[in-house]
Design a protein around this ligand. Structure first.
Ligand SMILES: NC(=O)c1ccc[n+]([C@@H]2O[C@H](COP(=O)([O-])OP(=O)(O)OC[C@H]3O[C@@H](n4cnc5c(N)ncnc54)[C@H](OP(=O)(O)O)[C@@H]3O)[C@@H](O)[C@H]2O)c1
Length: 433
């Protein structure tokens, strides 16, 4: 249980759960999209919105995981209306496909919850050649929102009910680079800092909601856009943090928010009548909260909007590009460096470390795991022999991901060195053999 549970002006506190902040609210007739609903805060948000009667569409990259979430929600709430649709926010093509399928389904859209996210991963480029955290956490949601805005406007007009866009940001937006958003250095690997880049993408979530507010007001649309910090919750989000992930999982579950509390602010901002007409605000613990000077910088919000818009237009070769606003930075980002494939897709690779992989069972284990798509790190005494093994595997499976690192299990010093090098590589580890 979260210890600091003093109630704020809304009547809720950091210990309020998503069910508590939506008690008595009837969301029947509303349709909501929740991105990243296959795990953590997103799955609890989907469960509680469905519990209140909303039709929830889960936008997920892992349909199998979403199916499991769906089944477990339906077990407790057989009348829940839930669908899952494939959506990879790190790929503009996938976002476009999702939006087009959603629109052609003819469904209305009252609530859009931009929740999916990745945190502090090693430097990686997305399929569109954009740093992965910025691409997933901001650009994917920016494009998704833009593509669904007409549907939301139409829904709010026809249903005469306010539409709501909810961006799940983080207090980590305070950790961003000193200039807020580094428009000309988004893809600069040499000065990349995994936490600052996460902070930058989360600041972008806030600025996106702020600028949307300005534009929706100008447009006279009955749609609000807000951002929020959900609290600190031990979820899969910490998967890139090595030892810290272990600590968060072991101790965090006792002292941090649980996932029911973690989804509260999202559900509050999405459904609560107290939030009616409130737009361009930042929430935390189901109450209004304060952001930084960057988070309230209207010029920065406008600059980010123009930059993101140009990125999208350039990517899809849409002719009406605004060459004054953010054009050169957006163009430079897409054009260079010319590294077409993503270097690592952290969630897509598994990193088992197979010791003694240079002979016998170890070699065959490595070969078969690599054949099945696993990224294998061979922990070996003899790097030359491991090189031969790697070459023979690559001959048979050219796409195999196999690496070798020196490890002598008879020497504690060597084991320590191996583990320390592995940890500092910040690679995830799913299987240890
Ligand atoms: N947990 C915290 O302490 C905390 C604190 C502040 C803010 N937040 C924010 O809360 C949000 C939810 O995080 P969480 O804690 O619930 O983490 P989580 O359990 O890891 O959930 C993140 C969700 O995002 C999805 N996702 C990641 N990359 C995606 C992509 N390219 N396309 C589509 N979906 C993608 C994940 O899908 P897969 O299952 O396929 O990976 C997962 O469903 C994030 O925006 C995060 O920044 C969390």
């Amino acid at each position: 249980m979260w210890p600091f549970n003093r109630k704020g002006p809304s009547g809720f506190s950091s210990s309020s759960t998503a069910e508590e902040v939506t008690a008595g609210i009837d969301a029947t007739g509303l349709t909501a999209i929740v991105t990243g609903a296959s795990s953590g805060i997103g799955s609890e948000t989907a469960r509680v919105l469905a519990l209140r009667g909303a039709h929830v569409v889960m936008g997920v990259r892992n349909l199998t995981a979403a199916k499991q979430v769906q089944q477990s929600i339906l077990k407790d709430n057989p009348s829940a209306k839930l669908d899952a649709m494939e959506l990879d926010l790190s790929s503009m093509e996938s976002v476009k496909k999702f939006a087009s399928q959603y629109k052609s389904s003819g469904r209305p859209l009252n609530i859009l919850i931009n929740n999916a996210g990745i945190m502090a991963c090693p430097f990686t480029l997305s399929k569109d050649n954009i740093e992965l955290q910025f691409a997933t956490n901001h650009i994917g949601h920016f494009l998704l929102t833009n593509l669904l805005l007409d549907t939301m406007k139409k829904t709010s007009r026809q249903s005469k009910r306010e539409g709501r866009i909810v961006n799940v940001s983080s207090e980590a937006h305070r950790l961003t680079y000193s200039e807020g958003i580094r428009f000309d250095k988004i893809n600069d690997e040499s000065s990349y800092h995994s936490w600052r880049a996460y902070g930058q993408s989360k600041l972008a979530n806030i600025l996106h909601a702020n600028q949307l507010t300005t534009l929706l007001k100008e447009d006279g649309a009955d749609i609000t856009a807000n951002s929020l910090h959900p609290g600190t919750i031990a979820t899969n989000l910490f998967r890139h943090m090595g030892v810290a992930n272990g600590i968060v999982n072991a101790i965090g579950r006792l002292v941090l928010k649980n996932v029911q509390q973690g989804a509260a602010t999202t559900c509050y901002v999405a459904l609560h009548p107290q939030v009616k007409g409130v737009s361009g605000k930042y929430f935390s613990d189901s109450n209004l909260s304060k952001t930084t000077s960057h988070g309230t910088d209207d010029d920065l919000a406008k600059k980010l909007w123009d930059f993101s818009m140009n990125l999208i237009k350039l990517r899809f070769q849409i002719p009406e590009i605004d060459r004054k606003c953010g054009y050169s930075a957006a163009k430079a980002l897409l054009d260079s460096p010319l590294i077409p494939p993503p270097k690592r897709s952290p969630k897509a690779c598994l990193w088992p470390h197979c010791h003694r992989a240079t002979s016998g069972i170890g070699v065959e284990t490595t070969r078969v795991l690599a054949l099945r798509g696993v990224h294998v790190v061979m922990g070996v005494r003899n790097l030359a022999a491991a090189k031969d093994v790697k070459e023979s595997i690559l001959k048979e499976i050219p796409s195999a991901k196999v690496d070798a690192m020196e490890l002598d299990l008879s020497s504690l010093e060597s084991v320590k060195k191996f583990a320390s090098e592995f940890n500092s590589s910040a690679l995830p580890l799913n299987i240890l053999m």
